[in-house]
Design a protein around this ligand. Sequence first.
Ligand code: SDX
Length: 429
Amino acid sequence: MSAKNATITVGNKNVDLPMYDGTVGPTVIDIGKLLAQTGMFTFDPGFLSTASCESKITYIDGDEGILLHRGYPIEQLAEHGDYLETCYLLLYGELPTKTQKADFDYRITRHTMIHEQMAQFYRGFRRDAHPMAVVVGCVGALSAFYHDSTDINDPHQRMVASMRLIAKMPTIAAMAYKYNIGQPFVYPKNDLDYAANFLRMCFAVPCEEYKVNPVLARALDRIFILHADHEQNASTSTVRLAGSTGANPFACIAAGVAALWGPAHGGANEICLRMLMEIGTPDRIPHFIARAKDKNDPFRLMGFGHRVYKNFDPRAKIMQKTCHEVLAELGIKDDPLLDVAMELERIALHDEYFIERKLYPNVDFYSGITLKAMGFPTTMFTVLFAAARTVGWIAQWKEMIEDPNQKIGRPRQLYTGQTSRDYAPIGKR
Ligand code: SDX
């Protein structure tokens, strides 16, 4: 990081604050000494202008619609690689050699089973519990079953916990689905790759052989790649903050799953599909566009807009292509939801309100249509997002833990509450 200074004037005092350039992207002003030098805090609710950490994992250029993982464009990773290759890249910083990839695949594949006792854990939930509620609980419970990989100061245990989480998330997710629909759990099979294994664990039944559709497996693997990591988004920031306290990795990832569930974040894919179903037909789009623009109406066009992208989300373009591939493979000629989505996108991208605010489709806009066509219920959409994002959370958590300058995250506040006052006995209030 190259050092230069920013000078700010606070009252009659000039304060020099160091500035650092990244390899690409905005320069930062280090305000670490601002309180000591001025007695003041900065104030940035929602962190619109705040870099919370230094990272080498993922870079987003929101204006250009660019997403790089360790420097590789998402388009190239999605086109040429597979999800476990992207996992390796995010974790270790380089694309694996053939030997490294084979070893990584082998290790992940042989960690996909969960402790048999965990199956009992599922049975404590109501059958109609939202799968995300089950997954949050089960991921948090992993620290009760895998206590031998909770010491965050032991690099070996950190690696084991990372492998376990990446390997077991699809199994946990599939079991949440099976439990929800009242079907028996399906064990992973070591002769299937990551996405194919997940499809089989979700859709196989004991009564007959399940044949994985390779086109759908490839599409799902690509969807996992698109969701793998995304810089310091809300759930990743949650994982980093939880990790900064020294909490074990399973607890930190459970916190990430919980944060992802929100409709403004990973929960948007489920809500977006429900919105498309509510719109129903293209002729009803203008009514919903008007609602999205109405300041008095809390309705937002789900799957649209992004804190960072002020251009197309590159993942949305790949997701749209994947959506068409999946529908074609399944022989779904005219999916009314896709018709509504494409017409909604066309109208919104020509509407001044959306143009002015640079609101474009994001990764969640087409994912729901694709996943629904593949047979997943809407309640499983965010669960799939969480399974795919686990590697990003882990890679960011690992980077934070290995940062020698890491300290517990503890923001301050602008206090506008009551100043000190004396207790009044209840008879005198
Ligand atoms: C994900 O951070 C990440 O990287 C997230 C993610 C990842 O991979 O981790 O990319 C995954 O979460 C994608 C986003 C999924 N969420 C949705 O699709 C929900 C709908 N989108 C919005 O809620 C919103 O766009 C956010 C939450 C995504 C971003 O909100 P911001 O950056 O805080 O923007 P804002 O709320 O300040 O909006 C700016 C303006 C406002 O209008 P004005 O007050 O200026 O008049 O744009 C409007 C907003 O009302 N606006 C929308 C809108 N999104 C923003 N208006 C209608 N519909 C929308 N979707």
